[in-house]
Unconditional design. Structure first.
Ligand SMILES: Nc1ncnc2c1ncn2[C@@H]1O[C@H](COP(=O)(O)OP(=O)(O)OP(=O)(O)O)[C@@H](O)[C@H]1O
Ligand SMILES: [Mg+2]
Length: 236
Protein backbone atom coordinates (compact mmCIF):
# COMPACT_ATOMS: atom_id res chain seq x y z
CA UNK A 1 0.00 0.00 0.00
CA UNK A 2 1.22 3.49 -0.82
CA UNK A 3 -0.63 5.03 2.14
CA UNK A 4 -1.90 3.39 5.32
CA UNK A 5 -3.89 5.28 7.90
CA UNK A 6 -4.34 3.16 10.99
CA UNK A 7 -6.79 3.97 13.74
CA UNK A 8 -6.19 7.70 13.90
CA UNK A 9 -8.09 10.10 16.11
CA UNK A 10 -7.73 13.85 15.58
CA UNK A 11 -8.76 16.41 18.18
CA UNK A 12 -9.37 20.13 17.93
CA UNK A 13 -8.71 21.21 21.51
CA UNK A 14 -10.50 18.53 23.52
CA UNK A 15 -13.06 17.62 20.90
CA UNK A 16 -12.38 14.66 18.61
CA UNK A 17 -13.20 15.56 14.98
CA UNK A 18 -12.42 12.11 13.58
CA UNK A 19 -12.29 8.91 15.58
CA UNK A 20 -10.32 5.70 14.93
CA UNK A 21 -10.19 6.18 11.22
CA UNK A 22 -8.40 3.64 9.05
CA UNK A 23 -7.98 3.78 5.32
CA UNK A 24 -5.51 2.58 2.77
CA UNK A 25 -4.57 3.71 -0.69
CA UNK A 26 -3.09 1.42 -3.28
CA UNK A 27 -0.65 2.88 -5.78
CA UNK A 28 -2.38 3.87 -9.03
CA UNK A 29 -5.89 4.20 -7.55
CA UNK A 30 -8.25 7.08 -7.08
CA UNK A 31 -9.65 6.67 -3.58
CA UNK A 32 -12.52 8.88 -2.54
CA UNK A 33 -13.68 9.98 0.88
CA UNK A 34 -17.27 11.18 0.76
CA UNK A 35 -19.42 12.66 3.50
CA UNK A 36 -21.59 15.62 4.45
CA UNK A 37 -20.61 19.01 5.88
CA UNK A 38 -18.52 18.69 9.01
CA UNK A 39 -18.12 14.91 8.73
CA UNK A 40 -14.33 15.12 9.08
CA UNK A 41 -13.08 14.90 5.49
CA UNK A 42 -10.77 17.90 5.60
CA UNK A 43 -9.53 16.94 9.05
CA UNK A 44 -8.52 13.52 7.69
CA UNK A 45 -6.60 15.12 4.82
CA UNK A 46 -4.94 17.60 7.19
CA UNK A 47 -3.75 14.68 9.32
CA UNK A 48 -2.33 12.86 6.29
CA UNK A 49 -0.51 15.95 5.01
CA UNK A 50 0.92 16.82 8.44
CA UNK A 51 -1.03 20.03 9.07
CA UNK A 52 -2.73 18.50 12.11
CA UNK A 53 -1.09 15.71 14.07
CA UNK A 54 -3.34 12.88 15.19
CA UNK A 55 -3.62 12.27 18.93
CA UNK A 56 -3.53 8.53 18.35
CA UNK A 57 -2.90 6.01 15.61
CA UNK A 58 -0.33 5.98 12.84
CA UNK A 59 0.07 6.99 9.22
CA UNK A 60 2.54 5.36 6.86
CA UNK A 61 3.50 6.61 3.43
CA UNK A 62 5.59 4.26 1.33
CA UNK A 63 6.12 2.26 4.52
CA UNK A 64 7.54 5.23 6.45
CA UNK A 65 5.85 6.73 9.53
CA UNK A 66 4.80 10.30 8.70
CA UNK A 67 2.31 11.16 11.46
CA UNK A 68 4.86 13.23 13.43
CA UNK A 69 6.53 14.92 10.47
CA UNK A 70 6.12 18.56 9.46
CA UNK A 71 4.08 19.25 6.30
CA UNK A 72 7.12 20.25 4.20
CA UNK A 73 8.89 16.99 5.10
CA UNK A 74 5.83 15.02 4.00
CA UNK A 75 5.65 17.06 0.80
CA UNK A 76 9.31 16.24 0.13
CA UNK A 77 8.48 12.54 0.43
CA UNK A 78 6.01 12.90 -2.44
CA UNK A 79 2.65 13.90 -1.02
CA UNK A 80 0.90 17.08 -2.18
CA UNK A 81 -2.43 18.54 -1.14
CA UNK A 82 -4.76 20.90 -2.94
CA UNK A 83 -6.62 22.53 -0.05
CA UNK A 84 -10.31 23.27 0.19
CA UNK A 85 -11.02 26.69 -1.33
CA UNK A 86 -7.89 26.42 -3.58
CA UNK A 87 -5.76 29.11 -1.78
CA UNK A 88 -3.67 30.32 -4.68
CA UNK A 89 -1.46 33.36 -4.07
CA UNK A 90 -3.71 36.08 -5.54
CA UNK A 91 -1.00 38.75 -5.95
CA UNK A 92 1.34 36.44 -7.81
CA UNK A 93 1.17 35.45 -11.46
CA UNK A 94 0.03 32.05 -12.64
CA UNK A 95 3.62 31.10 -13.47
CA UNK A 96 4.92 32.25 -10.07
CA UNK A 97 2.21 30.20 -8.34
CA UNK A 98 3.18 27.13 -10.35
CA UNK A 99 6.87 27.52 -9.57
CA UNK A 100 6.06 27.79 -5.84
CA UNK A 101 4.86 24.20 -6.10
CA UNK A 102 8.35 23.14 -7.17
CA UNK A 103 10.30 25.06 -4.53
CA UNK A 104 11.65 21.92 -2.85
CA UNK A 105 13.02 20.59 -6.15
CA UNK A 106 16.56 21.26 -7.34
CA UNK A 107 16.68 20.13 -10.98
CA UNK A 108 15.68 23.16 -13.09
CA UNK A 109 15.42 21.07 -16.28
CA UNK A 110 12.99 18.65 -14.68
CA UNK A 111 10.91 21.54 -13.36
CA UNK A 112 10.72 23.10 -16.82
CA UNK A 113 9.78 19.73 -18.33
CA UNK A 114 6.99 19.17 -15.82
CA UNK A 115 5.67 22.65 -16.44
CA UNK A 116 5.24 21.80 -20.14
CA UNK A 117 4.56 18.07 -20.10
CA UNK A 118 2.38 17.85 -17.03
CA UNK A 119 0.82 21.18 -16.14
CA UNK A 120 0.38 22.92 -19.49
CA UNK A 121 -0.60 19.66 -21.17
CA UNK A 122 -3.47 19.06 -18.74
CA UNK A 123 -4.29 22.73 -18.22
CA UNK A 124 -3.81 24.55 -21.53
CA UNK A 125 -5.83 27.46 -20.07
CA UNK A 126 -3.02 28.09 -17.61
CA UNK A 127 -0.46 28.28 -20.38
CA UNK A 128 -2.44 31.09 -22.01
CA UNK A 129 -2.47 32.95 -18.69
CA UNK A 130 1.05 32.56 -17.28
CA UNK A 131 1.45 36.31 -16.69
CA UNK A 132 -2.04 36.89 -15.30
CA UNK A 133 -2.46 37.57 -11.56
CA UNK A 134 -3.87 34.46 -9.93
CA UNK A 135 -6.48 36.49 -8.05
CA UNK A 136 -8.10 37.51 -11.33
CA UNK A 137 -8.69 33.92 -12.51
CA UNK A 138 -12.17 32.40 -12.45
CA UNK A 139 -12.98 29.85 -9.72
CA UNK A 140 -12.45 26.94 -12.09
CA UNK A 141 -9.16 28.35 -13.32
CA UNK A 142 -8.00 28.85 -9.73
CA UNK A 143 -8.83 25.20 -9.06
CA UNK A 144 -6.73 24.26 -12.10
CA UNK A 145 -3.90 26.45 -10.86
CA UNK A 146 -4.02 24.91 -7.38
CA UNK A 147 -3.92 21.44 -8.93
CA UNK A 148 -1.12 22.44 -11.30
CA UNK A 149 0.88 23.89 -8.42
CA UNK A 150 0.52 20.63 -6.46
CA UNK A 151 1.58 18.61 -9.52
CA UNK A 152 4.72 20.75 -9.82
CA UNK A 153 6.10 18.98 -6.75
CA UNK A 154 5.90 15.72 -8.80
CA UNK A 155 3.89 13.98 -6.07
CA UNK A 156 3.41 10.23 -5.76
CA UNK A 157 0.12 10.96 -4.03
CA UNK A 158 -2.17 13.90 -4.72
CA UNK A 159 -4.81 14.92 -2.17
CA UNK A 160 -7.73 16.93 -3.53
CA UNK A 161 -10.11 18.58 -1.08
CA UNK A 162 -13.45 19.30 -2.78
CA UNK A 163 -12.16 20.28 -6.21
CA UNK A 164 -15.71 20.67 -7.57
CA UNK A 165 -17.01 22.97 -4.83
CA UNK A 166 -18.67 26.11 -6.13
CA UNK A 167 -17.99 25.36 -9.79
CA UNK A 168 -20.51 25.30 -12.63
CA UNK A 169 -21.58 21.86 -13.90
CA UNK A 170 -19.51 22.40 -17.05
CA UNK A 171 -16.41 23.33 -15.07
CA UNK A 172 -16.99 20.34 -12.73
CA UNK A 173 -17.01 18.12 -15.79
CA UNK A 174 -13.79 19.67 -17.02
CA UNK A 175 -12.05 19.19 -13.67
CA UNK A 176 -13.33 15.60 -13.47
CA UNK A 177 -11.93 14.84 -16.94
CA UNK A 178 -8.55 16.24 -15.91
CA UNK A 179 -8.50 14.13 -12.72
CA UNK A 180 -9.25 11.09 -14.87
CA UNK A 181 -6.41 11.96 -17.30
CA UNK A 182 -3.90 12.57 -14.53
CA UNK A 183 -4.85 9.23 -13.00
CA UNK A 184 -4.55 7.47 -16.34
CA UNK A 185 -0.98 8.69 -16.57
CA UNK A 186 -0.20 7.00 -13.27
CA UNK A 187 -1.02 9.48 -10.51
CA UNK A 188 -2.47 8.14 -7.26
CA UNK A 189 -5.21 10.37 -5.86
CA UNK A 190 -7.28 10.84 -2.72
CA UNK A 191 -10.40 12.74 -3.70
CA UNK A 192 -12.53 14.32 -1.00
CA UNK A 193 -15.95 15.33 -2.22
CA UNK A 194 -19.43 16.27 -1.14
CA UNK A 195 -20.41 15.58 -4.74
CA UNK A 196 -20.65 11.82 -4.21
CA UNK A 197 -21.95 11.14 -7.68
CA UNK A 198 -18.88 12.68 -9.29
CA UNK A 199 -16.50 11.10 -6.79
CA UNK A 200 -17.92 7.58 -7.10
CA UNK A 201 -17.77 7.84 -10.89
CA UNK A 202 -14.06 8.67 -10.79
CA UNK A 203 -12.81 6.47 -7.96
CA UNK A 204 -11.89 2.80 -7.74
CA UNK A 205 -12.30 2.64 -3.99
CA UNK A 206 -14.44 4.67 -1.60
CA UNK A 207 -14.89 5.47 2.07
CA UNK A 208 -17.98 7.07 3.59
CA UNK A 209 -17.42 9.24 6.66
CA UNK A 210 -20.21 10.36 9.01
CA UNK A 211 -19.64 12.49 12.13
CA UNK A 212 -16.00 11.51 12.37
CA UNK A 213 -16.37 7.79 11.74
CA UNK A 214 -15.87 5.68 8.63
CA UNK A 215 -19.23 3.93 8.29
CA UNK A 216 -18.78 2.17 4.98
CA UNK A 217 -16.03 1.35 2.51
CA UNK A 218 -15.51 -0.75 -0.57
CA UNK A 219 -15.10 -0.68 -4.34
CA UNK A 220 -16.67 2.53 -5.68
CA UNK A 221 -18.83 0.61 -8.13
CA UNK A 222 -20.34 -1.36 -5.22
CA UNK A 223 -21.03 1.76 -3.17
CA UNK A 224 -22.83 3.30 -6.15
CA UNK A 225 -25.32 0.43 -5.93
CA UNK A 226 -25.64 0.52 -2.14
CA UNK A 227 -29.15 1.57 -1.02
CA UNK A 228 -27.96 3.59 2.00
CA UNK A 229 -25.43 5.45 -0.14
CA UNK A 230 -28.05 6.10 -2.81
CA UNK A 231 -30.49 7.47 -0.26
CA UNK A 232 -28.03 9.60 1.69
CA UNK A 233 -25.64 10.80 -1.00
CA UNK A 234 -27.01 10.21 -4.48
CA UNK A 235 -30.45 11.70 -4.09
CA UNK A 236 -32.48 8.48 -3.78
N1 LIG B 1 -9.82 24.51 13.25
C1 LIG B 1 -10.83 23.91 13.88
N2 LIG B 1 -11.07 24.12 15.19
C2 LIG B 1 -12.07 23.49 15.85
N3 LIG B 1 -12.90 22.60 15.27
C3 LIG B 1 -12.72 22.34 13.96
C4 LIG B 1 -11.69 22.98 13.20
N4 LIG B 1 -11.76 22.52 11.92
C5 LIG B 1 -12.79 21.66 11.89
N5 LIG B 1 -13.37 21.53 13.10
C6 LIG B 1 -14.51 20.66 13.44
O1 LIG B 1 -14.18 19.33 13.10
C7 LIG B 1 -15.29 18.67 12.49
C8 LIG B 1 -14.89 18.14 11.12
O2 LIG B 1 -14.65 19.24 10.26
P1 LIG B 1 -14.02 19.06 8.80
O3 LIG B 1 -13.67 20.41 8.31
O4 LIG B 1 -12.98 18.04 8.83
O5 LIG B 1 -15.28 18.49 8.01
P2 LIG B 1 -15.52 18.31 6.44
O6 LIG B 1 -16.06 16.94 6.26
O7 LIG B 1 -14.30 18.68 5.69
O8 LIG B 1 -16.70 19.36 6.15
P3 LIG B 1 -17.00 20.29 4.87
O9 LIG B 1 -17.71 19.43 3.90
O10 LIG B 1 -17.87 21.35 5.41
O11 LIG B 1 -15.70 20.80 4.34
C9 LIG B 1 -16.41 19.68 12.46
O12 LIG B 1 -17.24 19.44 13.57
C10 LIG B 1 -15.72 21.01 12.59
O13 LIG B 1 -16.53 21.95 13.23
MG1 LIG C 1 -13.89 20.08 4.29
Amino acid sequence: MLLEVKDITVHYFKVPAVRNISMSVQEGDIVTLIGSNGAGKTTTLRAISGLKHPSKGEIRFGGKRIDRLAPHRINALGLAMVPEGRRVFPQMTVLENLLMGAFLRKDKNEIQKDLENVVFKHFPRLKERTKQMAGTLSGGEQQMLAMGRALMSAPKLLLLDEPSLGLSPIMCGEIAAIIRDIHREGETVILVEQNARLALALAQHAYVIETGNIVLSGPARKLRENDDVKKAYLGG
